[in-house]
Ligand binder design. Sequence first.
Ligand SMILES: [Zn+2]
Ligand SMILES: [Zn+2]
Length: 60
Amino acid sequence: MSCKGKTTRSSSKCGKIVYQCKYCRSVGCDRSKHDECSNQNFYNGTCKKCGKAGAKGKHL
Ligand SMILES: [Zn+2]
Ligand SMILES: [Zn+2]
C-alpha cells in the first residue's frame, strides 16, 4: 500500500510504502526528516508514536 498522505512541503501525494509499527501498530510511511508527510509515522525507522527504534514492521 502506498502512503495516501500529502507532503508538507509541496502538498503533493506522498506515495511511499506504508509500514506498521511492530510495537504499537501505528501505521505510516518512513521519512528521513520530521513531519515531511501528513501520514508519516516513522523517522529513520523510529516510531513517532511509541518512540522505539527499529520499529518498522511489515509493510502494508
Ligand atoms: Zn507519507
Ligand atoms: Zn510504535
